[in-house]
Write a protein that binds this ligand. Sequence first.
Ligand SMILES: N=CN[C@@H](CCC(=O)O)C(=O)O
Ligand SMILES: [Zn+2]
Length: 392
Amino acid sequence: MSAGWTLIDGIGSLVTNDPEAGEGRLGLLRDAAVVIGDGAVQWVGPSARVPDGAAGTRIDVEGRAVLPGFVDSHSHTVFGGDRAEEFAARMTGAAYGAGGIRTTIAATRAASDDALSANAARLAAEARAQGTTTLEIKTGYGQTVRDESRSLDVAAGVSDEVTLLAAHVAPPEYAGRQDDYVAMVIDEMIPACAPRAKWIDVFCEEGAFTEEQSRAVLTAGMAAGLVPRVHGNQLSYGAGVRLAVELGAASVDHVTYTTDADVEALAGGSTVATLLPGADFSTRNKYPDARALLDAGVTVALAADCNPGTSYTTSIPFCIALAVREMHMSPDEAVWAATAGGAAALRRTDVGALRVGMRADLTVLDAPSHLHLAYRPGVPLVSRVFAGGAER
Ligand SMILES: N=CN[C@@H](CCC(=O)O)C(=O)O
Ligand SMILES: [Zn+2]
């Protein structure tokens, strides 16, 4: 115990995600307290049992709910411009296609480093204000060695979870020469960019990259020390899920069009299925069959997929509400997926739960329980956020 530590008590309901600490998979505790200090969780338990002199500072949250900070494992926040017109056209009948990404590639290439950094920082702050304390960030709107490199630098300025989305869509200068683009990615981009990234990602989808092209990019990234993740089965049935499981990817994301074989493959492997309902909302797509995945025992994460094309939101509470209403996840399942599920998708054992020794990443809701995240959609319930023990 230390005078520099902080006791947060008066917690009406605490989600720990530690089944040994409380009720159910969320490890729910009522009338609880948490002690944080030196950036980590130092103590968790019932208010009545807080050790004497546990901390020098006390914050009474007066019956509010506290949960682990959200772990948003999928975002594309390094970009220039926006695509509001494209969204409006979709809402009146136009279809979404992977080709829209090229609009943002042009705007991103034209943007200065400072403009890209300011935009990424603005979106990270927006996410933080809504309870996100870990945010993965992908490149993917440069698609040249130079523009992917500077996108990685911008992403690294706001996050430790940086992904080289080397093959998002073949840029215009490679029109009709998809294989040449893949060769350039393997021979030039990955060697130049891998040291600054943790993850390698591809968009395995009709209109983006084939199974063979995706496998070639991912295996080259793995050979360079990166861990694979995949965009798959967003717009149609396809090879994305299968490939992700085959390569032992940390996560396959979107997973909107799945066959029984895809669900079985995920259930038998270690790859997390990351669902992105914000994208399905903004593209008028169908929603993933979350029930089939959950009932088969697949680990499911929920992420916001913030990007200017398919999901221009940083709000995990919005995604939780969509997951509950549209994907038939229970509120408990949705909250778990947005915290512990996100941590699993990023293979992080220090975030996503509130256990002694984990990072002191906490979200305080202006509500008595985590159920209100789905029950009160669109209401800004996040009242305080602590990341690494520091209030935002
Ligand atoms: N699906 C691929 N990439 C993004 C969308 C990119 C865009 O349309 O700009 C996504 O995850 O939804
Ligand atoms: Zn994405």
